[in-house]
Write a protein that binds this ligand. Structure first.
Ligand code: ZN
Length: 268
C-alpha cells in the first residue's frame, strides 16, 4: 500500500474513532496494534503477488473459453450500472468464499487468523492471512472478469471495497438506519467477529448485507457485542500467524493418523 494513503487513512480513522467510539475504553494503541501495522505495511505484497499468480494463471488459461459476445452486453452498460454489477457479482463470490471458510476446517485454519482480532478498529481489518485473501479474491473477482466488466468499473469497486472494509472493522458507533438491511455496516460486521455462540456463522457479506438477509444468515440485535475473537490457539505475531494454519493442519493430520493407528491396533 502507498505510504501516503496509509497516512491519510490514519488521519481520518484515528480522530473519528476518538470522536465516535463504539467501545469507549479501547485505547488507540490497543493490544496487538503493532502486529496489525506490520500486516498493513507488508502483507499486501504477498497478497498481490499470490493474487497475480493465481488469478492471472486462471484468466490466462480460461480466457479463450469465454466468447466475446457473452461479455459484449456487460461492456455495453453505462459505468454506474457496471459498478453496481461488479459489487453484486463480487459480493456473492465473497459471501460464498467466506461461508466456505467458516464451514470447511482446512479453510478455517487460514481464516481463523482474521478472527483472532480481539479489539476491533480500522487497523485490525488488515490482519488477514495471504492464503485467505487470495482465495476470497479468486472467488469474488474471477466471475467479474469472466462476465467482462470494464477495468474502470473494477477500479471504482475496488476503492469502495477497501474503504468499506476499514469502516466495517473500525471502532465506530455508526448505524445505517434502514439501509443496514442492504449495505454492510460496522455494527453488522462487528457481530460477525463476536465470540458469542448466537453470532457464529452469521453476516458473511463484505458489502451487501442483503445477501445475508436473502440467505437467512443475517444477525443484528440492538445491543453491541460483548467480546471478539476465537478459541483457536492463533499465535500473536505476524510470522507465527503466517505459519499457524500449516502447523495446525499438520497437527490435525498427525492426530488423525494416530487415531487411525490406535483403531487398527484395537481391531487387531
Ligand atoms: Zn469470517
Amino acid at each position: 500500500m502507498d505510504y501516503t494513503a496509509i497516512l491519510i487513512l490514519a488521519c481520518i480513522f484515528i480522530p473519528l474513532e476518538r470522536l465516535l467510539p463504539l467501545h469507549h475504553d479501547q485505547p488507540i494503541l490497543r493490544r496487538d496494534w503493532a502486529n496489525d501495522l506490520i500486516y498493513l505495511l507488508f502483507n499486501g505484497f504477498l497478497v498481490r503477488a499470490g493474487s497475480i499468480l493465481v488469478l492471472g494463471g486462471v484468466m490466462a488459461s480460461w480466457t479463450h473459453w469465454v466468447p466475446a459476445e457473452a461479455t459484449a452486453w456487460t461492456r455495453g452498460l453505462p459505468l454506474w450500472a457496471q459498478v453496481i454489477g461488479v459489487i453484486v457479482v463480487a459480493d456473492i463470490g465473497y459471501y460464498t468464499a467466506h461461508r466456505l471458510s467458516h464451514g470447511i476446517p482446512f479453510l478455517w485454519k487460514f481464516h481463523s487468523v482474521h478472527h483472532s482480532i480481539e479489539e476491533m478498529d480500522w487497523l485490525a481489518s488488515h490482519r488477514v492471512h495471504p492464503f485467505d485473501q487470495i482465495w476470497t479474491n479468486a472467488l469474488s473477482l474471477l466471475p467479474v472478469y469472466f462476465l467482462g466488466f470494464s477495468a474502470p468499473a473494477v477500479a471504482i469497486f475496488s476503492l469502495i471495497y477497501h474503504v468499506q472494509a476499514l469502516l466495517l472493522h473500525s471502532n465506530l458507533r455508526i448505524t445505517f438506519g434502514p439501509l443496514k438491511w442492504l449495505i454492510a455496516s460496522p455494527e453488522y460486521h462487528h457481530w460477525h467477529h463476536a465470540d458469542q455462540r448466537e453470532a457464529y456463522n452469521r453476516n458473511f457479506a463484505a458489502q451487501l448485507s442483503l445477501i445475508d438477509v436473502v440467505a437467512g444468515t443475517m444477525f443484528l440485535p440492538r445491543h453491541r457485542p460483548e467480546r471478539y475473537g476465537v478459541s483457536d490457539p492463533v499465535p500473536r505475531s505476524y510470522p507465527l500467524q503466517l505459519l499457524y494454519p500449516f502447523a495446525a493442519l499438520l497437527k490435525a493430520r498427525r492426530k488423525q493418523t494416530n487415531t487411525k493407528g490406535a483403531t487398527h491396533e484395537q481391531n487387531a
